[in-house]
Design a protein around this ligand. Sequence first.
Ligand code: ATP
Ligand code: MG
Length: 709
Amino acid sequence: MDTSSVLSGLNETQKAAVLHRGAPLLILAGAGSGKTRVITIKIAHLIAQGVDPRSILAVTFTNKAANEMRERAAQLHPGASQAMIRTFHSFGAWLLRRNAAAVGLPREFSIYDDDDQVSLLGTLYPQYTKQVVKGYARAISRAKDFGLTPEDDLSPVGSDSEFPQIYRTYTDNLRKIGNVDFGDLILLPQQLLAGNAAIGGRIRDRFRIVLVDEYQDSNIAQYKLLQSLTDSYSYVCVVGDDDQSIYRFRGAEVRNIIDFPEHFPGTDIVRLEQNYRSTGSILQVAHAVVSRNQGRLGKQLWTENPDGSPPVIAHLFDQDQEVEYCTEVLMQGSPGETAILYRTNAQSRAFETAFLRGGIPYRIVGTLRFYEREEVKDAIALLRFTANPRDPISLARIINKPARGIGKKSVEKILERAGDGDLLQAMRAAIPHLTTRSGGAVEKCRGMLQDIIGDLGAGKHELLSDLLHAALMASGLWQYHREQDEVAGLQKIQNLEELENAAGMYPATTDGLIEFLEAIELDSGAQQDAGEDAVTLITMHNTKGLEFDRVIITGMDEGIFPRESDLDPDSLEEERRLFYVAVTRARKELHMTTTRMRRVHGRIVDTSPSRFLYEIPRDLVEFAGAYSPGHGSPAGGSFGSPGGSPAGSDPAAADNSPYPRGCGVYHDDYGSGRVVRSDIKDGELVVLVQFETGRTARFLPAYSPLERI
Ligand code: ATP
Ligand code: MG
């Protein structure tokens, strides 16, 4: 098969990289310069040259990337379907299954996830609190990222003198059970290849060609695996971009790519400098931002692409306007070629809600839809039960979560006694029929639920967000999910906070609760097929390697992105690299949005534009939104004058309600405040006001003494 036509679609440097043989090769190049394309074509070209596809191993960062690479390579040469194209972990699992006996594992071993790891440690160390156990679980994962066994010097992971023994006991027991954890999928193959000459030799002979994409995000253990996989007869080629290293928090080690020439002596380095993905102006923005970082190798990308339309920074009032802005942008072109990016998963909620209501198809990449996420479902079950203590499904979900010592049998006994009546009473009635221990646990849980319901009835809380927060704390669900976050970095708490934000729009009354639950039910029930033309909702981390015609980077506010305002310099540089990754996903059009206020913990707080926006020279961008500098208003507080006074423009002109968003109001009981939202509901004007005291309240101005000031 002739791949010369494929080669002719490459520039000279790319071609040289594809044709390169012999010494180890490092392709060090910026975003969109064709790194992934070079690897893919290299696979096809090698096969076309007569190389056995089974001798090629290509490692990518995600399964999705692996699938795409396999498909594209197979389009170029059908033989590529026989090459091994996998993630590091999936390759490790493959290797272990085939050589299970040699590492003392049964062939059918299972792979423990983070939860399983914690349970095992918990049974080994019942004297420790869950918190402590989770800390050790995390340390074990970190040690494995560094490629460290219990026998190694574990000081890079921590100085706890008990840790080595705990790590050893955990490992011994895991082996006894015959299972492995995620870290083992890298560590065990590495030990096998390095320690077992026969198997190591055989595998190195089989995979003569090893290619790695996104090498900047490999960890030390993966580097060691790469080394044990190769010898002086292997051909090794890694590609990556130090500016796109964004997984340090998971143990990624950017030094792997920087030190590659030392690790693999005789390395040839190829730099690809032409960007094919983005317009000139998008690249200029990307460069302006990333060049602020200190610790980088430094690359300058150029492009022959036209400058295109200037990137837009939209200064908006609040999240509702942000969603409106994104919707408008979507409608101007094809939603299927548009991606909405955000820093944390929880930020998807506002978009999902609006798109579901507006019938706009969307697809979420890398996670579940907001209302399908475990912690969100738990919180909703708790609220549903509060609204209706006859709901057995909701009770069953939360009665023993977190574990309270109420077993399945006890739950059955309670439900038997309920008929279709009040489950709180059924809980009480079941107690005499339970053991003292579970009876006590049931009574405690009943009391907790009773209190939440009582607080709702007594009007203890003002906003539903407060009630929800108190309920999550009292039920232990908050702590439960926070611990999970600490082990696995899952952002569950952010999702709960975002649900609280949504609840903050409702009063903590029975009606408010029912209205909120109804709105959620309608949203989560609205099924839709995300067809070809669905807009993509995605976190910045998940966009690695992807590209879209239009990209909207949302939530560019201090404290959201960068995620905290007072980050240490290294973490700030990592956030900036993440911004670079986000910007460079765009082919033709780039938008960045920032808002003046945002709901945080159910309250409206003033926000200021992300410092990253100030790092973009103003002549590279255009501004949009009522709060942008030069929009006929003093640019106070917004972009262009950091720290300026928050004197604002009056968006009244854009809004024809007598109480438009942002306008100042005065209420006899509450004092002065600002309108956050203004809607017509059932023919009545309803306005939501944030008062200077921090309180939020909804009014029907027709009936309440609300004055505009
Ligand atoms: P990232 O760092 O974001 O992973 P990358 O360096 O892997 O980017 P690719 O995804 O391989 O870049 O390429 C970016 C885009 O440019 C793709 O759409 C690719 O098809 C296109 N491209 C790459 N090289 C060429 C070329 N020589 N001619 C035309 N298009 C090209
Ligand atoms: Mg790539």
